[in-house]
Design a protein around this ligand. Structure first.
Ligand code: KG4
Ligand code: ZN
Length: 334
């Protein structure tokens, strides 16, 4: 009989619990944290505290949705890293407690690998090898996926992540955290070619977003100096143009990587893969270039425990278990 895996995600500011059986997600509950909005970014201590408050009710809701009890579970999977150490500790300690109390195995899941495997939750699923552009708040990586548990980072950012480029640009425009979804929303009404920001000149499989951030800063300073109201009045065009610049960088790199590696099954994963402009551009470019493109369901793009439970099930099948001494890792190489 197929194993029942309970997954826990707490690497940043979303507390999530999901249950997976036989590759199918039976429930996936996510509690986000509004407490960070007024600080312009995630405050790790507040995030840890909110995870502690959320984790039991979120788990109970996930169990109720699936009509199951904790004692039905065959293993407990949790995000070991990378992420914020305080939030990771909450999830890790909770998972260890469940594993000890119920005498069921513990599974330590890599957050970025789980983002990649989100592609395999629902149809259509890619075949191997598959090239995934993983774009989140902390990472921008090109990952070659040869099998569920066999993947390799072949390129990454030299400085900021794509999500940071969205969030930091939004902050410069005076928008609240997290800025990515807001730039997406405001940019929908704007002209993506109205303003231009430079593309970096880095190696074929490398990314860089710090130059873009500086040019957005200079742009905002210059416009505000001559007209205080300019940014507010042209917000949609500015958002659309920044979004266009970030997405152009991502698409160009993906195209170069596909060419270099000879892989034509391509996908995007992580929080930024929820961006509507990126999703649209990937589909358009895919038709043009003859790629087969994959975009995960919205609920599996941003942080969620479904991807953790799903990855946990693959590790369960491979008997890849952790023992009770396992520690969370803020940084965890692939
Ligand atoms: O994967 P994720 O939820 O958390 C991390 O593992 O970091 O990614 C969060 C990032 C944030 O930078 C957020 O602004 C960005 O994903 N994001 C978006 C959108 N939704 C989330 N960026 C652009 N457009 C969106 N619709
Ligand atoms: Zn993430």
């Amino acid at each position: 009989m197929a194993a029942l895996i309970l997954g826990i995600e707490s690497s940043c500011d979303d507390t999530s619990v999901a249950i997976c059986r036989d590759g199918k997600i039976l429930s996936n509950r996510v509690a986000d944290q509004k407490v960070h909005q007024e600080y312009g970014g995630v405050v790790p201590e507040l995030a840890s505290r909110a995870h502690q408050e959320n984790i039991v009710p979120v788990m109970n809701a996930a169990l109720a949705d699936a009509g199951l009890a904790l004692s039905d579970m065959d293993a407990f999977a949790f995000t070991r890293g990378p992420g914020l150490i305080g939030p990771l500790l909450v999830g890790a300690s909770f998972a260890k407690g469940l594993s000890l109390a119920l005498a069921k195995p513990l599974i330590a899941v890599h957050h970025m690998k789980a983002h990649v495997l989100a592609h395999f939750i629902d149809d259509p699923i890619p075949e191997f090898p598959f090239l995934c552009l993983t774009v989140s708040g902390g990472h921008t990586q090109l990952v070659v996926v040869r099998d569920f548990l066999e993947m390799e980072v072949v390129g990454q950012t030299l400085d900021d992540a794509a999500g940071e480029a969205f969030d930091k640009s939004a902050k410069l425009l005076g928008l609240p955290y997290p800025g990515g979804p807001l730039i997406d929303k405001l940019g929908r009404e704007g002209d993506p070619l109205r303003f231009s920001f430079p593309e970096p000149d880095v190696g074929p499989l490398e990314f860089s977003f710090s130059g873009l951030k500086t040019s957005v800063l200079r742009f905002v300073q210059k416009k505000r100096a001559s007209d205080e109201a300019f940014v507010g009045q042209h917000m949609s065009d500015i958002c659309a143009s920044i979004q266009h610049s970030i997405v152009s960088i991502l698409m160009r790199k993906l195209a170069q990587a596909s060419e270099k590696l000879g892989i034509r099954q391509l996908g995007i994963a992580g929080g930024v893969s929820a961006n509507s402009y990126l999703r649209k551009q990937l589909i358009l470019k895919g038709e043009e270039a003859g790629w087969e493109v994959f975009v995960p369901d919205f609920q599996y793009c941003t942080d969620n425990a479904a991807m953790v439970a799903f990855t946990g099930e693959k590790q369960f099948a491979a008997a890849d278990f952790a023992d009770a001494s396992v520690e969370p890792l803020a940084r965890w190489p692939f």
